[in-house]
Design a protein around this ligand. Structure first.
Ligand SMILES: Cc1ncc(COP(=O)(O)O)c(C=O)c1O
Length: 462
């Protein structure tokens, strides 16, 4: 390949990306992929001979870019998926041009990750020590990393080594999560061999926040039964309603009982505004959510990184690095060995926005969520199902005076709205009823977009 061929195709690729981003508002939010392109996307044969780069860019323009998931659009309100930051899009090819493994070593990729992790800690008000965190594929992996460190610490405190012995023959370790905790907590507990039976699901209060009195009472029961409570996971922004658990009160319980205090701030850490987060032993947060860093980019912040290193470090002879700093390699603090250059897209996103720009992004989207809540409150045919604390609004459509059939109606609404292509939202179950939820992460969303969302719901319900 000649540099000129790459330069020419690269310019065409940049044009395709910019045309895509610039035209998003004028296209449907999402549409099912038509059969001809779906076949091309899913069922291609491996070509015998290679093809030129500009032909590949043409394919991407014609067959890939027209079929987005929808999360770049200002009327995408589904799950927790943001549009990509322009700075993150810009630097992606540059990260690929270097293509390092950020397992560790003395190169830009590994060094820049130190800055990014420190910036993230600063942004969410978490005390940072050198080596106090690493980037991950997402909050799921961040959670596994944090809870693995917790499990290792608990074993050490009891005089044994989980890595050496496994969990056999020891009192079962118990993890406490809220009923509104994300499913990644259960997955982590299962993967770490704790068993789902050892995950205590603590009820929530009327605002969908973990009930601290219930946590205390479950703990007392488990201690009386001879079990080994070892960690509690709180949420700084739940996925259903954006609720922030009473972090300080939970930190008090953790401190009293020697529990590891994990905070799931995957979605909400940036907007949680709760000082209790600073008391966590580990925090999972996702720059690929509110910040808009292109997927993937999660992060685990660690109060005492030596505990994560104790849980993961394994340095065979072929990975020894005599010139590494005292912190060693990132791969000693988590499960991944070869690690992508996530730091460049995260750095570019934060450097482009600055602290003020990030605060604006959060404030703007939270204000829009309050605006949507107000529209819902003022209407006769919608009702709020939870208070708005971050940028998620949980609500339901209630076109008539009766509750009959409301679950079926609200369960059917998201897919019907999605198919029309003018807005995109998803649903959930909340407090025993089917709910709609709108998660606002796009700085380009306007108040008109919120009204269109409600009108779309009305239209499909009719
Ligand atoms: C509150 C919360 N926690 C954890 C996760 C899992 O994060 P990831 O998908 O990045 O692994 C999500 C994802 O939406 C989330 O919203």
């Amino acid at each position: 390949m000649s540099p000129d061929e790459l330069r020419r195709a690269g310019r065409a690729a940049v044009d395709a990306a910019v045309d895509h981003l610039a035209g998003i508002r004028d296209r449907p939010v999402w549409q099912p992929v038509p059969a001809s392109d779906a076949d091309w996307l899913a069922d291609q044969a491996l070509p015998e001979a290679g093809r030129p780069l500009d032909a590949l860019v043409a394919d991407v323009r014609a067959r890939v870019l027209p079929h987005p998931m929808g999360n770049g659009h200002p009327r995408f309100f589904g799950w927790v998926n943001s549009p990509p930051s322009p700075a993150g899009v810009l630097v992606e090819p540059l990260a690929a041009a270097l293509n390092p493994s950020c397992a560790g070593g003395d190169h830009a990729g590994a060094l820049l990750e130190r800055t990014v992790v420190r910036w993230l800690a600063e942004l969410v008000g978490f005390p940072h020590v050198p080596g106090g965190g690493l980037l991950t594929s997402g909050a799921s992996m961040a959670t596994i990393s944090g809870l693995a460190a917790a499990r290792q610490r608990a074993g050490r405190e009891d005089g044994w080594d989980v890595r050496e012995e496994g969990l056999h023959g020891r009192p079962p370790m118990v993890l406490y999560v809220s009923a509104e905790g994300h499913s990644c907590l259960r997955k982590a507990a299962e993967l770490l061999g704790l068993g789902h039976r050892q995950v205590r699901v603590v009820p929530v209060d009327a605002r969908f926040r973990l009930d601290v009195a219930a946590l205390r009472s479950r703990l007392a029961q488990d201690l009386a039964a001879g079990l080994r409570p070892f960690a509690v996971a709180a949420s700084a922004g739940t996925v259903n309603t954006g609720a922030v658990d009473p972090l300080d009160a939970i930190a008090d319980v953790a401190a009293e009982h020697g529990l590891w205090f994990h905070v799931d701030g995957a979605y909400g850490a940036l907007g949680a505004g709760d000082d209790g987060l600073a008391r966590a032993d580990s925090v999972a947060l996702d720059p690929h959510k509110w910040l808009g860093v292109p997927v993937d980019c999660g992060c685990v912040l660690l109060r005492d990184p030596a505990l994560a290193r104790d849980a993961f470090s394994l340095v065979p002879a072929y990975l020894r690095d005599e010139s590494a700093s005292g912190l060693g390699w990132f791969s000693e603090y988590g499960p991944e060995q070869t690690r992508p250059f996530r730091a460049l897209r995260a750095w570019a996103t934060m450097a482009h926005l600055g602290r003020a720009g990030i605060a604006d992004l959060v404030d703007r989207t939270v204000a829009l969520a309050h605006r949507l809540a107000k529209l819902i409150d003022r209407s006769d045919d919608f009702e709020l199902l939870a208070p708005v604390t971050t940028s998620i609004v949980a609500f339901r459509h209630r076109p008539g005076p009766t509750d009959q059939g409301l679950d079926e109606l609200n369960r059917a609404i998201p897919a019907a709205v999605q198919r029309r292509g003018r807005a995109f939202l998803t649903g959930t179950r909340l407090g025993g009823t089917d709910a709609l939820r709108a998660c606002i992460l796009n700085p380009a969303t306007t108040e008109d977009d919120l009204s269109i969302l409600l009108d779309e719901i009305r239209a499909v319900a009719r």
